[in-house]
Design a binder for this molecule. Structure first.
Ligand code: GAL
Length: 319
């Protein structure tokens, strides 16, 4: 384990290895000491500060997936070296906007995680009663984690047209997505955040905007094994988000053709869906699946497997 590698390309086909952008530390006291779990890094450019800002999912060494932290690092260049700033849970002491309404407060006041058997894994199926899901929706885990901050595992970043950046991550034991606004320098959270699809069990969020509509593709939660993708749309980043059918069509659409969403790259008015094909036994042999996003006659995005394509495919898709 060396840290976060970076590659560059001018045509998305030929790639140059630029080395290690963020190095893990040899100091055992560092949050990112060698042996930690550092996943799903994303880098955005801040036009005001001229800095490149990296956020990632961090699990502390020797502690499984319990830490559920977000880490942040900064650099003057996209190839690094990135300087690690800190890691932690998100927005401690602050309630999400959707739980601040009078209606939400009535239910929120009632729920209490202590009424559940805390020795049990919240992912265990026996927990998945209607009552449990209703309690999650009412904010049971958001409340449990209020003081220390919300859990943050699978994540992405999104910079809106007005320069505001958002951190989108799986919170509440991976049961609920959070969308949290970042500060002007992108290095911290402003305290403004919403929950998306509470109790919906979404991971691997990837987001893009087309013709004024925000689209988000996610996965379900089955560890390294692929599952069916989900899709949502919203008129603003902060929602409200509406869920659609699985955007994948055709054979193997129920397992996203073997991949799990990781990012959506805008390219000349088109969009490339990027997925990871994990090889958990040999992580460094993991592969990628990139597909052009297509749109139906109502402008709804969908995906079809293609064994080969190039950037000219976008024209073909449009015709
Ligand atoms: C997946 C998640 C990955 C990784 C993995 C660990 O569901 O999307 O990012 O955390 O679980 O088992």
């Amino acid at each position: 384990m060396v840290g976060v590698d970076v590659y560059s390309s001018t045509d998305l086909v030929n790639w140059k290895n630029e080395g290690v952008a963020l190095e893990v530390s040899d100091d055992p006291a560092s949050d990112i000491t060698r042996g930690c779990v550092l996943e799903r890094p994303k880098v955005i450019y801040n036009a005001k500060t001229g800095k490149f800002v990296m956020w990632f999912h961090l699990e502390l060494k020797g502690n499984g997936y319990n830490a559920a932290r977000a880490g942040v690092a900064v650099s003057d260049s996209p190839v690094g070296p990135f300087t690690f700033l800190r890691s932690g849970r998100v927005n401690p002491g602050v309630l999400p906007l959707d739980l601040q309404t009078e209606e939400a407060q009535a239910k929120y006041t009632e729920v209490n995680y202590d009424t559940y058997n805390k020795d049990k894994d919240p992912q265990a199926e026996e927990w998945w009663t209607e009552q449990f899901l209703a309690d999650v929706e009412a904010g049971m885990f958001a409340k449990r984690d209020l003081e220390g901050g919300q859990m943050s595992r699978d994540m992405t970043l999104y910079v809106d047209e007005d320069g505001t950046a958002y951190h989108i991550y799986s919170a509440e034991e991976n049961l609920t997505l959070n969308i949290a606004e970042l500060s002007e320098d992108y290095l911290s959270h402003t305290g403004k955040y919403v929950r998306v699809a509470p109790a919906g069990h979404n991971e691997a969020p990837a987001i893009f905007k087309k013709d004024g509509t925000y689209w988000m593709i996610t996965s379900g939660c089955t560890g390294w094994a692929p599952n069916a993708a989900r899709m949502f749309s919203a008129p603003s980043v902060m929602g409200p988000w509406t869920q659609y059918e699985n955007p994948c069509r055709g054979e193997k659409s129920e397992i996203t053709y073997g991949g799990q969403s990781t990012y959506i790259l805008p390219y000349n008015g088109n969009y490339i869906f990027m997925a990871d094909i994990w090889r958990p036994k040999f992580p460094s042999d993991g592969r990628y699946l990139w597909l052009p996003i297509q749109f139906d006659e109502n402008g709804i995005p969908y995906l079809e497997y293609m064994s080969a394509w190039d950037l000219n495919t976008f024209k073909a898709v449009e015709e």
